[in-house]
Design a protein around this ligand. Structure first.
Ligand SMILES: *Cc1c(COP(=O)(O)O)cnc(C)c1O
Length: 448
């Protein structure tokens, strides 16, 4: 067995970590996670940490769930991978049926891929190609996309083209296709004014716009920023009225995260295209899907020589192990009435979060279901942020580890995103750790 020190050394020698300034990474000893058990991660020394961000927003029912492990093993004993290009397999078929059953009404076809970004790329390409293949010539100009400032849809170039986080996206501008940003309203903004601006832009651009993409209900990577209530519904209605396809990116919000299976359900929005990934397999394996309507699907039908085929596919599209895990995860949702049992836990989390308001540098606590953002300010009354170089969010999550909790910030927003399976005791552990970590780091008591 290689030692911890040996692994840490090889990490520094060989690995390049995502979204990580490696110079800063080298200054620290990497924490190496070896196992998972329920809602806990266990490091190579056997130390346990609550998985406070669901292993980057994807774990749903905890780690090592017997039913999901079993479904993957059973699938593995049959076959690990076969292709959906020219062939089919039971898990992909049955999962597609299941997804259509639980998705917002109107979505009837499932196209698989591997990650959130690919599910988004596929939705964009489908939307674009749909208008190119409609009967009337007046639709040929519909080639552009609308997106919101602050939006995050993944890191491949198509997804970045409709991304609105300057820190991640602006450098790549020369590589991107043209898309038009709309101002995303902040939660406290006035809904009507925000919608008027969207309406104005749609009126100007609708003849050249294929689709509008948005994260339903709440922007995740922007800093856990909910829209004003009813805003998503208003945007969707404007899209419907103006022949603009509505693309819902539920990669983060899907599978119970906001308290309903899909965030669109909160405002009875019926998307034309829906992208899902993160929680689809319960957070076990990389699998994603893009769902769409018969109306869009039918525009791709025709004799082969008309070239209306959707020319897209990834080698591991619809991987059987991933599909088996997803089916098992969805079965747990049903059998254990996960969404019903989640509601009191959401209320418990909300009540527990109130305690953090007494901290001097906690400016705002935003919550939708099991998505929480705690924003730190250097000066709360004036909302003055900390200097970036202070790495406040980073310091807080490092301190939280000392209290047995793994979390990850977005700048100076401390994100809490526990698995749906988290218990009330574990929520208390999470909140106690976060309280102490914020207090220690921002008020200077304690070791750091
Ligand atoms: C994480 C995320 C993505 C990207 O998913 P990957 O699997 O990381 O490619 C896309 N959209 C939203 C809203 C996300 O939160």
């Amino acid at each position: 067995m290689i030692s911890k020190k040996g692994l840490q050394k090889k990490d520094h020698q060989y690995l390049w970590h995502p979204f990580t300034q490696m110079q800063e990474w080298f200054a620290d000893e990497p924490l190496i996670i070896e196992r998972g058990e329920g809602n806990f991660l266990i490091d190579i020394d056997g130390k346990r940490y609550l998985d406070g961000v669901s292993s980057l927003w994807c774990n749903v029912h905890g780690h090592g769930r017997r039913e999901i492990d079993g479904a993957i093993i059973a699938q593995l004993q049959r076959i690990a991978h076969s292709t959906l290009l020219g062939l089919s397999h039971p898990a992909a078929i049955l999962l597609a049926e299941r997804l259509v059953q639980i998705a917002p009404p109107g979505l009837a076809k499932v196209f698989y891929s591997d990650d959130g970004a690919t599910a988004v790329e596929i939705a964009l390409k489908m939307a674009f190609q749909y208008w190119q293949q409609k009967s009337s010539d007046r639709f040929r100009q519909k080639t552009k996309f609308l997106y919101f400032t602050g939006a995050y849809h993944g890191d491949t170039l198509g997804a970045v083209s409709v991304g609105g986080i300057d820190l991640f996206h602006s450098l790549y501008k020369p590589l991107l296709f043209e898309a038009t940003p709309l101002p995303a309203p902040y939660v406290l903004a006035e809904k009507e004014a925000a919608l008027e601006e969207v309406q104005r832009m749609i009126k100007i651009h609708h003849h050249e716009v294929a689709g509008l993409i948005m994260e339903p209900l709440i922007q995740g990577a922007a800093g856990i920023l909910p829209y004003p209530s009813g805003f998503m519904r208003g945007v969707w209605e404007l899209c419907r009225a103006n022949e603009v396809l509505f693309i819902a990116d539920e990669v983060a919000t899907g599978f119970g995260r906001t308290g309903k299976m899909f965030a669109c359900e909160h405002e009875e929005v019926l998307p034309d295209l829906l992208a899902v990934a993160k929680g689809l397999t319960g957070g076990y394996l990389p699998l994603a899907a893009t769902l769409t309507t018969p109306e869009i699907f039918d525009a791709f039908l025709g004799p082969v020589d008309q070239k209306r085929t959707f020319f897209h596919g990834h080698t591991y599209t619809g991987n059987p192990l991933g599909c088996a895990a997803a089916l098992a995860s969805l079965e747990i949702f049903e059998k254990e009435r996960v969404l019903e049992r989640l509601q009191p836990k959401i209320a418990f989390l909300e009540a527990g979060l109130r305690r953090l308001r007494s901290l001097r540098h906690v400016g705002e606590i935003r919550q939708v279901g099991f998505m929480v953002g705690i924003e730190l300010f250097d000066d709360v009354p004036s909302r003055r942020p900390y200097a970036v170089a202070k790495r406040m969010g980073h310091q807080v999550i490092r301190e939280a580890r000392e209290h047995g909790v793994i979390i990850r910030p977005l700048g100076d927003v401390i994100v809490l995103m526990p698995p749906l399976s988290v218990t009330e005791d574990e929520i208390n552990l999470l909140l106690d750790a976060v309280y102490l970590a914020i207090k220690t780091v921002t008020e200077g008591h304690g070791s750091r």
